[in-house]
Design a protein around this ligand. Sequence first.
Ligand SMILES: Cc1ncc(COP(=O)(O)O)c(C=O)c1O
Length: 405
Amino acid sequence: MTWRVPLFDTRFGSAEEEAVLRPLRAAWLTMGEEVRALEEELAQLCGAAHAIALCNCTAALQLAAAALGLGPGCEVLCPSLTFVASASAPRQTGARIRFCDICGPDDLTLDPDALAQAITPATKAIVAVHYAGFPCQMEAIGALAAKHGLAVIEDCAHAVFSRYGGKMLGLHGHAGCFSFYSNKNITCGEGGAIITNDAALAERIRLMRSHGMSVPTLERHAGHAFSYDVTLAGFNFRLDELRAALLRAQLKRLPGFLDQRRQVFEWYSARLAGSPIHMPFLGSRFSECFSTTAVHILAVLLPEHTNRAAVMTHLKARGIQSSIHYPPLHLLSAYRDPAVRLERTEALAARELTLPLFPAMAESDVEYVTSGLLSAVAGQRRQERGQTPSERGLPPAAPTVRSAH
Ligand SMILES: Cc1ncc(COP(=O)(O)O)c(C=O)c1O
């Protein structure tokens, strides 16, 4: 399907084309000069002591969980309104996942009070997901973690790269995990990274990234060693040189991309102000850091009881792609637990709709999308007014009490 306005639109230029030729010409394809330079550039950009390049963010989350020792018997607190990797990664290392609720319609990130209530003696870590690029309440989460001796893994897949309270997201906890997947703020197809200021943790992550081998292949190629030891059980979560080179070229364009993303967000908020569509993340906590926020997806909340599928179909007929972020994890088969009720997550996820957002979007595109959305919602309301409550799937209205006069 060719969309008139797609959900995201990745464009590469001659800088990216040139970049991927470098490792081909150097004939060294993995964990070489490009990965080393990328890690240096990421660390510098983030103000991090350590940056470790990886094959994707799911691997980054799993590696962080493994390096922090989150195994069987450990509980990890995680939002349900996130991509499944936030939960599946610590589950893969043997931890039990406990889902926690989000704040509310103006803030779709983890609720620190819900976290506090969920903590048990078995709780060992929190996965803080910066949904849509907007920061969790890291002061409150950090205080809670310090009080109970918990590790904090930041899932920054959407927050490439956001500053909050003067510090890069990813450095507020113990390890910050990033995604460079195709639809992310910058991309190399598949890619990820961890940033941390903890030298011992970084060392463990580096070892675990490549089978726990004490000497990498490049060192042996350079003639610095003949053999190696394996000091722990690791993975192969390495990033190759072609992707690292591509990402380095993208990194240079990131500041421009982020400015454009924030501009598109502002166009949306101006167009939807006063309409029945609710835009989260407009409160003062977010406006204070907006100029350094990454803004990855454009999540809106439809009015209650709106038929979301019908709205998406209406948009599709106009060539507008939309999506849903996310089906709550605690309602998916692999994670379903009838004992878990997350009222805000369930109510708000049912109303969430993701609209197109990408740097090259023009104001006229935003006008086209919002007009389509508003006409879809208005059309549904007109239709509803013509229906009885039971046709709309609602309980019958209570009988009207007439005045005696
Ligand atoms: C919140 C979140 N966490 C983790 C991931 C996993 O990232 P990757 O595809 O790089 O493994 C994604 C991917 O979309 C994501 O949205």
